[in-house]
Design a protein around this ligand. Structure first.
Ligand SMILES: [Zn+2]
Ligand SMILES: [Zn+2]
Length: 426
């Protein structure tokens, strides 16, 4: 990336993580361009991107259909013989009077990935047929929002944990659907990586000429411009007729633009506070209530973990500890620290703070693993008085903790971390 190029054909992008403007060079398939200041990937190129995305998304959708149609797990323990389909993990929760948890499990494990893949196929087909505007812009706008909420990989880990939890007391058999779901999770990951939003918008709506007065190597905010969060195009903030110098609409995709996410810190603090309050019932109440031969036994997150440890499943206990205790607490602490550091520059530099932020964004969704374990166990162990598992009140509270911390990370604008000390890096 250079700072001295003829201006007319420059493709400029403002980094969404640190706001520095860079010129993107012509990329060959397999190459990517990243921000020289913080390393954030700005654009990727693939060979035959449209065909590649359609092939991956179609294969993923087929494996998802197979995973939904066939038995997922079967459990067999003298007198208790039960086999469940993937969708029953959500429907049994619904019958157990946990409609919100059921809805979240169904959405994150099946519905949202299915919608995303259908969207990818529809939009890439539009690109192939050069029908640029048949809902493509709406779908493309949803893409970036959907990514963190698709949790097929987390669901597989939860299925494996349930398997280990049950091996001591029953024969557990993985059905065809489980293997199909594993392939689906891999294909879903490959599909999300195959979609290059930057290139897609170029194909959908072209690239307007870059204004000549914008310079590389300094932040967009200093030049009264901003990168569109949806399509990446740099827009003037002050040139729009109905704005007061702070916001405008993107000239390419129509997204409302702001120099920084509006009220970012207030939203982050409010969501973090909600998560901290919800974390108390999530740990105080039982996560899962097991009834065996007329005797009920309720286990909290910590209690369930201790039992696993005592019964010789130390590795699983460690996984549950990391996902359900360590990650949520660390994520809340890191977001509190980062929100505080926006106003009070501390010992960390902006690059270290940005890395910390991306790490919390990446690991946050893995906390859902314990909620999925509850969903699978509840669906699997349903045999009247002999043995049954019910979700406890903590399942909903913990689900809400994971979602509010994820929303808090999304509300936080990482560019604020650079605003206080950005000039030191130029
Ligand atoms: Zn950057
Ligand atoms: Zn845009």
């Amino acid at each position: 990336m250079t700072t001295q190029q003829p201006t007319k054909w420059r493709r400029l992008r403002a980094c969404p993580a640190c706001d520095m403007v860079s010129a993107i060079p012509v990329l060959r398939p397999g190459q990517h361009a990243s921000c020289p200041r913080c390393g954030h990937v700005l654009a990727r190129r693939y060979l035959h991107p449209v065909q590649r995305s359609i092939a991956l998304a179609a294969s993923a959708l087929i494996t998802l259909l197979i995973a939904v149609a066939f038995p997922f797990i079967r459990v067999d323990a003298g007198g208790l013989d039960n086999q469940i389909a993937l969708s029953q993990t959500a429907s049994t929760l619904l019958q157990s009077h946990q409609p919100i948890v059921a809805f979240i499990v169904a959405c994150t494990a099946i519905v949202l990935p299915g919608l995303y893949l259908t969207g990818v196929i529809a939009m890439q087909a539009n690109v192939l047929r050069t029908v640029p505007k048949a809902y493509s812009d709406v779908i493309a706008r949803l893409f970036s929002q959907l990514h963190p909420w698709m949790m097929a990989d987390v669901f597989i880990v939860a299925a494996l944990i349930s398997l280990v939890k049950l091996t001591g007391m029953a024969d557990v058999h993985l059905g065809a659907s489980f293997w199909a779901y594993c392939v689906f999770a891999l294909l879903l990951l490959m599909t999300t990586r195959s979609v290059d939003i930057d290139w897609l918008w170029y194909r959908l709506a072209g690239e307007p000429e870059t204004p000549e007065d914008i310079r590389c190597g300094i932040t967009a905010a200093e030049q009264h411009v901003t990168g569109c969060p949806t399509c990446g195009l740099i827009n003037h903030l002050a040139s729009h007729p109905d704005n007061e110098g702070h916001h405008a609409s993107c000239i390419r995709c129509g997204t409302l633009l702001h120099a920084r996410k509006p009220h970012s810190l207030q939203f982050t603090w409010a969501l973090l506070l909600t998560a901290i309050i919800l974390y108390i019932p999530a740990n105080a109440y039982p996560m899962m209530i097991t009834t065996a031969l007329g005797q009920s036994h309720a286990a909290t997150i910590i209690g369930g973990m201790m039992e696993l440890w005592q019964h010789g499943s130390q590795p699983i206990a460690v996984v549950i500890f990391v996902a359900s205790v360590l990650v949520p607490i660390l994520k809340m602490l890191v977001l509190i620290l980062l929100s505080w550091l926006v106003k009070h520059p501390g010992p960390l530099n902006a690059l270290q703070k940005t890395r910390l932020y991306h790490l919390t964004e990446f690991v946050g969704r893995w906390s859902m693993v314990d909620v999925f374990v509850v969903a699978i166990m509840v669906a699997l162990i349903q045999s009247g008085n002999l043995m049954s598992v019910l979700p406890g009140p903590a399942a909903l509270a913990f689900c809400a903790v994971v979602i509010t911390t994820m929303l808090a990370a999304m509300a936080f604008d990482p560019r604020l971390l650079w605003d206080t000390q950005g000039k030191q890096y130029d």
